[in-house]
Design a protein around this ligand. Structure first.
Ligand code: NG1
Length: 471
């Protein structure tokens, strides 16, 4: 029996009128000489506000976007996972479901199918099925890669959902989101759970306020006139290919431990800011003051931290860093911590203002988005000159914008007041940013800058009511 916290399984009309699904089905039939058993759909996301705070335990406000990952899946009796991508620039891959492993990332970032394997591994480790099954899979995606719209988590989440359905497991959204967030870490990045949570918990027409421990999502209806535009900076940033992302995670954890030590708490157990805040029973404003008073330095060297924590290098490297941050020598704890607490305060204010829907709400929301970008640029240092340029152009016409996702490239999200303003804004960016950009040639401008509206979370499509086809 399914409940509202379960994934929807919808019956797809045959023949379907969705071009992408028809093409995917056709590709599948050509590749495997049979029909898929079912299709999984999982959206990318744009985070409206609350950046680099999820892995510190603080809430975020994402929405699912129109761009999706589609998987066509059929079970296979050869114990092999056969995975293909409709886009031929991504190579096909085959491995044994019982013996595959996800090796450490090589330079240039992980191959695309490794995200898919993370999802299978996540389900196998969670459900520990007595009999494993092979599967045939074709992926079709239109979420731009390495652009802050969460293409990688959409693949992982789609893979978790597809594998869970193949194994006839319960499809409870919160559980699937948690499995997806945990298993994406096999790639090596230590993200929070925002992308995987919205992948499942998104609802059409509203943003989701996502909180952690336990994971929960509350719908937030944004003002009717608030139109969100996504603009791609045309700079790709693959967070699994560099140590930038994990460096920020590590800096936050070290800052948290150092504050815990100063407050005479057990610093080894205290590595997430939200847990520390709860232990101290402080407000976010009090946490900000705590940082200002107790993390005075702009830079802490590794040696200084060894002395403060009264520990040895081996312990520091093994237990306080990650595999790809072992060599980092300098840490900016004050700036990262200030960003996290101030950004979390902005999320709180943004939601209050958005839900009041009073006159002037959108202007205040725009200001909070600008402040968020400034903080990501100066305190968190995860922006890029192209993102800054897009934000400056937005500012110049009264639109509030910020980088979205991890940063270092990717997209901005911009808030416009009404359809008219959004149309003018998109045209302005086409002329002032894209027309002169060297990497724009051959690209469809409407896929680089577009208005978006909140979409539904992940779903399964079957072709008839006979679910037993794959049972
Ligand atoms: P993207 O934009 O997908 O790289 C990453 C993390 C999020 C969150 C944001 C920053 C993963 C899978 N995603 O998102 O959890 O921390 O950065 O807010 O690690």
């Amino acid at each position: 029996m399914s409940s509202s916290s379960d994934i929807y399984v919808r019956i797809l009309d045959a023949p379907t009128n969705c071009d992408r699904v028809s093409r995917l089905k056709e590709y599948f039939v050509n590749a495997f000489n049979r029909n898929p058993d079912f299709i999984v759909r999982c959206s990318g996301r744009v985070n409206i506000i609350g950046e680099h705070v999820d892995y510190c335990g603080y809430p975020v406000l994402p929405v699912a976007v129109e761009q999706t990952i589609l998987l066509a899946v059929a079970s296979s009796d050869d114990n092999l996972i056969h995975v293909k991508n409709i886009d031929t620039k991504y190579k096909s891959f085959k491995c044994n479901v019982n013996t595959f492993c996800i090796e450490a990332v090589q330079s240039g970032g992980p191959e695309w199918y490794k995200y898919f394997l993370c999802g299978i591994k996540g389900i196998l480790e969670y459900a520990k099925p007595a009999n494993t099954k092979g599967m045939m899979v074709v992926l079709s995606g239109n979420i731009p890669a390495a652009s802050g719209l969460s293409s990688s988590s959409a693949i992982v989440s789609a893979s978790v959902l597809g594998t869970a359905y193949l194994y006839s497991l319960p499809l409870e959204k919160q559980t699937l989101a948690t499995i997806s967030a945990d298993c994406e870490q096999y790639i090596g990045t230590q993200g929070g759970g925002m992308d995987q949570a919205i992948a499942y918990l998104a609802k059409q027409g509203c943003a989701q306020f996502i909180e952690w421990n336990p994971l929960r999502a509350t719908s937030v209806i944004l003002p009717k006139n608030a139109i969100f535009v996504i603009a791609n900076s045309l700079t790709q940033a693959n967070k699994a290919a560099t140590s930038d992302f994990n460096e920020r995670v590590v800096e936050c954890r070290l800052a948290c431990r150092l504050l815990a030590k100063k407050m005479k708490l057990n610093w080894r157990d205290s590595w997430r800011f939200a847990d520390l805040q709860a232990a101290l029973n402080f407000t976010l404003e009090e946490m900000e003051i705590l940082v200002k008073n107790n993390l005075p330095q702009l830079v802490y060297s590794r040696q200084e931290l060894l002395e403060i924590f009264e520990t040895k290098l081996d312990d520091f490297v093994e237990n306080l860093l990650t595999a790809n941050t072992r060599d980092v020598q300098f840490f900016k704890l004050r700036q990262r911590a200030l960003h996290v607490f101030q950004e979390s305060l902005r999320v709180k204010t943004f939601i209050e203002v958005a839900t009041q829907q009073a006159e002037g709400s959108i202007n205040l929301m725009k200001q909070l988005m600008r402040q968020s970008h400034e903080s990501l640029k100066t305190l968190y240092e995860c922006s890029h000159p192209n993102l800054d340029k897009l934000v400056e152009l937005s500012d110049s016409v009264g639109v509030g914008a910020r980088l979205t996702g991890a940063g270092w490239g990717g997209c901005i999200v911009a808030l416009c007041d009404g359809t008219e303003e959004s149309i003018q804004y998109i045209n302005m960016l086409k002329q002032s940013y894209y027309a002169s950009h060297s990497q724009v040639s051959g690209k469809n401008l409407d896929e680089l800058v577009f208005a978006t509206s909140p979409q539904r979370g992940a779903e399964i499509y079957i072709f008839d009511t006979a679910r037993s086809v794959i049972g």
